[in-house]
Design a protein around this ligand. Structure first.
Ligand code: ADP
Ligand code: ZN
Length: 435
């Protein structure tokens, strides 16, 4: 199912022509309305008129998170405050929050793109959507909410937290769709089970999960524990919020990027060089239609890669791979680069472990050290000759981390339910180096 057939299935040539037209419009507009861009373009020696093809995009300078912070809170807005109808801020996972603004038309676009996401997940107006993304400054809650309303589905604006109540509502209201972070989905499943609720028997059939990195093995865990199909959704406040890209039910391999509104590139995070599709790098987005807060070549720091291959679903939009992590989440353990999501994938592949883990980075002398804390299953923990079993498991994890990722880590097996659970975006890494 496709929400906006006209734009989601445009032949690439027509899509690129549309992108170029819009790119020329947005560069022209920011040059004349945002002092920051005028200066940046002038410094780079480029004028809006120089943009004659999509590859000319490369002549434009990057915009970084630091540029946003330097212009905090409203310095990069391209419209007067009287045209702004909504403000949001990034959840501030890394550093100072960035503030984003929307015009009425921006909200309208966002609602449509979120509606496209739902339709890609087979959601219709007959569905009831349990929306456990946080409502408030965070874009997750309201972004999803407006998309669900645009579609005409029934929304339960439950927001985050208050897990016991959520479980009651899941039983009583019988939602068919759930939206939240993947870590919170697992938390819900687990708490429900411990309350004696048969979580697999709920009416839920599909989940739209995002806002944090998760592995494919984590997807299987969620699907099994809630008896649903779990789909990945990507977005970031700076570019819009949730709904920048969404997995389709038919493909389930990468998320379609709504390229009629966002121009995407992958770059080498060190050299800034543009990479061809298929190669892993940092995602860079240019907004093509945003009015209030247009961004030119915004460096997301999210590491992924693009797929140009056509998809079964009929959408012509390129797809992006699941995000490995942010370049600033990358750990360097004795010279080996590793993302928390890669460690997650290794852990999830080992029987006897729960999908709950925490990574502790510290420093011994000049070397960074990593401790992997992971919960073991209830049954294993209750086992009589526990010690031997646990020792074997410990060795297996240490070996797998070495074999698959090349890292040496200290493993600490912990009791079931002892690590902190997520109520929204989870933070996997505790960095003791900074303390
Ligand atoms: P903050 O930057 O403070 O976390 P946002 O709420 O804007 O604020 O978060 C956007 C970020 O969340 C993205 O840049 C990305 O790192 C992460 N993210 C969003 N969706 C996904 C996803 N499906 N998979 C992995 N990471 C995601
Ligand atoms: Zn598809």
């Amino acid at each position: 199912m496709i929400y906006n057939e006209d734009f989601e299935t445009l032949p690439r040539e027509a899509l690129e022509a549309l992108q170029l037209k819009r790119l020329r419009q947005v560069t022209e507009r920011v040059y004349h309305t945002v002092a920051f861009y005028r200066r940046a373009f002038d410094e780079a020696g480029v004028k809006p008129d120089d943009i004659r093809s999509l590859t000319d995009l490369r002549r434009l300078p990057f915009t970084t998170k630091k540029d946003l912070q330097d212009n905090y809170p409203f310095g990069l807005f391209a419209v007067p405050m009287s045209s702004i109808v909504r403000l949001h801020a990034s959840s501030g996972t890394t550093g100072r929050a960035t503030v984003v603004g929307y015009t009425k038309r921006d909200i309208d676009t966002w609602s449509e793109l979120m509606a496209r996401c739902f339709v890609a997940a087979s959601v219709t107006k007959n569905d009831i959507i349990h929306n456990a993304y946080g409502y408030g400054l965070f874009t997750g809650g309201l972004g999803v909410h407006y998309g669900a309303e645009r579609l005409g589905a029934s929304v339960i604006p439950i927001s985050g937290g208050n897990t016991k109540r959520q479980i009651m509502i899941l039983q009583d209201f019988g939602p068919t769709v759930i939206c939240c972070t993947p870590s919170y989905a697992l938390n819900l499943a687990e708490q429900g089970r411990s309350m004696g609720v048969d979580m697999e028997a709920l009416k839920l059939r599909v989940g739209v999960f995002g806002a944090e990195p998760w592995s494919d093995t984590m997807r299987q865990q969620i699907e099994a524990s809630l008896n649903i199909t779990a789909l990945n959704i990507y977005g970031l406040s700076e570019i819009m919020g949730p709904g920048v890209a969404m997995e389709c039910l038919e493909g389930r391999e990468g998320m379609h990027i709504f390229e009629d509104h966002f121009l995407v590139e992958t770059i080498d995070p060190v050299s800034g060089e543009v990479l061809p599709p298929g190669e892993q790098g940092e995602l860079v987005f240019t907004t093509l239609t945003k009015e209030a807060f247009p961004l030119i070549r915004y460096r997301t720091r999210d590491i992924s890669r693009l797929f140009a291959a056509p998809c079964r679903c009929g959408r012509t939009l390129y797809r992006m791979d699941r995000v490995m992590g942010r370049s600033d989440d990358m750990l360097i353990i004795r010279g080996v680069n590793v993302f928390p999501s890669q460690i997650e994938a290794v852990l999830m592949g080992i029987e006897g472990l729960e999908p709950h883990y925490q990574l502790i980075v510290d420093r011994a002398g000049t070397l960074d050290t990593l401790e992997v804390q992971v919960e073991v299953t209830e049954s294993l923990f209750a086992n009589a000759d526990e010690v031997k079993v646990l020792q074997r498991l410990d060795r297996r994890i240490t070996k797998d981390l070495k074999d698959y990722l090349g890292i040496t880590a200290k493993v600490k097996l912990v009791e079931p339910k002892s690590l902190q659970r997520s109520e929204g975006k989870i933070s996997r890494v505790i960095d003791r180096r900074k303390i």
